[in-house]
Design a protein around this ligand. Structure first.
Ligand SMILES: *Cc1c(COP(=O)(O)O)cnc(C)c1O
Length: 401
């Protein structure tokens, strides 16, 4: 039996089947490339769902992590540590906000934002206790906790995990009229992905995000943007909201904030919002730990140069130009996205998204399907144009295009 089959059999026997991974067993990685246990190389066109925006083994991030590993890795928030202040101040500055509340995973940051909005609603806006409502969009993906799946519309994510947390109103994504109708005097926040990732890289209609901004400002409701996947350079801007000149009240960040090294997430907002928390009202043993802060600080420094946003813009324009040529040719029905991020709808007769992903794997390209007939392309922003073109060649070959 091969090392690959063996590893997969053991994983199947001893891990809960919450994922359906492609049959590749990765042993090492560098930049945009991964190598499996048998020495085969693959171009990573998923980048850990955007957690690896800066590529595998990024020198600056590994050096920052290694230096911190040698000094101190965990203190708990019972004490200050010497990386915390700089991380919070620099991340707040990157966001143009005043305060940061660091957590670990994306779902925790979303939970933190939900708690922030409710507390703000009761203590600042004056909503009667226990009546706060948060408006969310259909087909959202915000994570996997019991509260978050309570407002999911995906049956796999939600079914048989009730009883569900109340206090959420679901409206169609991209529909400003529906959103306006859903907002009442008890609404404390609108929580949205500026581009819906898991839904298939859905870009809302032009004017939607700025419309949400205007509506929430008028109605004294927080606009909370889940930029966990769309943010930190992926779309060619630091935040996807920037494409419409929109500044939300609350940024929810994760994935690439940890540089693909450690889980780092955060809620970022001004003092009039995050200032609602007092000691003991929220926390996390690992949130804001020295290792996380050292890596996060380096991520922020890298984003401040604009270099990665620039790459995502230029390579993204190229990617979308090339993918656009495939639309209508019988293999691809639609392409969506911004920057180095694309959802590609495959003509069903050419195979399911899963089948296309498996064939691409055979040719040395790793992608992941989403929702049946869509594949998502999100290579690391450090990918070279040559590698990107090679990946696109493999895609054309699999599609017979
Ligand atoms: C991945 C993701 C999350 C959840 O992050 P985890 O780190 O997996 O908990 C939340 N929102 C969006 C938009 C995501 O892409």
């Amino acid at each position: 039996m091969s090392t690959t089959t063996d590893a997969i059999r053991t994983a199947d026997a001893h891990s809960a089947h919450t994922y359906h991974p492609l049959p590749v067993v990765v042993a090492s990685a560098d930049g945009a490339w991964m190598t499996d246990v048998e020495g085969r190389r693959y171009l990573d066109m998923l980048a850990g769902y955007s957690a690896l925006n800066f590529g595998h083994g990024n020198r600056r991030l590994i050096d920052a992590a290694r230096a911190q590993l040698e000094r101190v890795t965990l203190t708990s928030r019972a004490f200050h540590h010497d990386r915390f202040a700089a991380f919070c101040a620099e991340l707040a500055a990157l966001c143009g906000k005043e305060m940061v509340l660091p957590m670990n995973t994306g779902a925790e940051a979303v939970e933190t934002a939900v708690k922030t909005a409710r507390k703000w609603g009761y203590e600042v806006k004056g909503v009667p206790d226990g009546h706060a409502k948060i408006v969310v969009a259909a087909d959202n993906f915000h994570g996997r906790t019991t509260t978050i799946v309570s407002f999911s519309t995906d049956h796999d994510a939600r079914d048989h995990f009730g009883p569900y947390t109340p206090g959420f109103e679901i409206v169609p994504y991209g529909d400003l009229t529906a959103l306006a109708h859903a907002v009442t005097e008890n609404t404390v926040a609108v929580l949205l992905e500026p581009i819906q990732g898991e839904a298939g890289v859905l870009v809302p209609p032009a004017g939607y995000l700025s419309g949400v901004r205007e509506l929430t400002r008028e109605r004294n409701v927080l606009f909370m943007a889940d930029e966990i996947q769309s943010g930190l350079g992926r779309t060619g801007r630091t935040f996807a909201c920037e494409h419409e000149g929109v500044v939300p009240d609350v940024y929810i960040l994760g994935k690439a904030l940890g540089g693909g090294v450690v889980p780092v997430s955060a809620v970022v907002a001004d003092r009039d919002v995050l200032g609602v928390f007092k000691p003991g009202q929220h926390g996390s043993t690992f949130g804001g730990n020295p290792l996380a802060c050292a890596v996060g600080l380096e991520v922020v420094a890298m984003l401040r140069t604009g270099e990665f946003q620039q790459r995502a813009t230029e390579l993204g324009d190229h990617l979308h130009r090339e993918l656009g040529l495939l639309v209508g040719g019988g293999a691809v029905t639609a392409v969506r996205g911004r920057g180095l991020w694309a959802g590609v709808d495959i003509e069903p007769s050419r195979g399911t998204g899963r089948e296309i992903s498996e064939k691409l794997m055979e040719l040395g390209v790793l992608v992941k399907d989403t929702h049946g007939s869509t594949i998502r392309l999100a290579p690391p922003l450090v990918i070279s144009k040559e590698d990107l073109d090679w990946g696109l060649d493999q895609l054309r070959s699999v599609l017979g295009a």
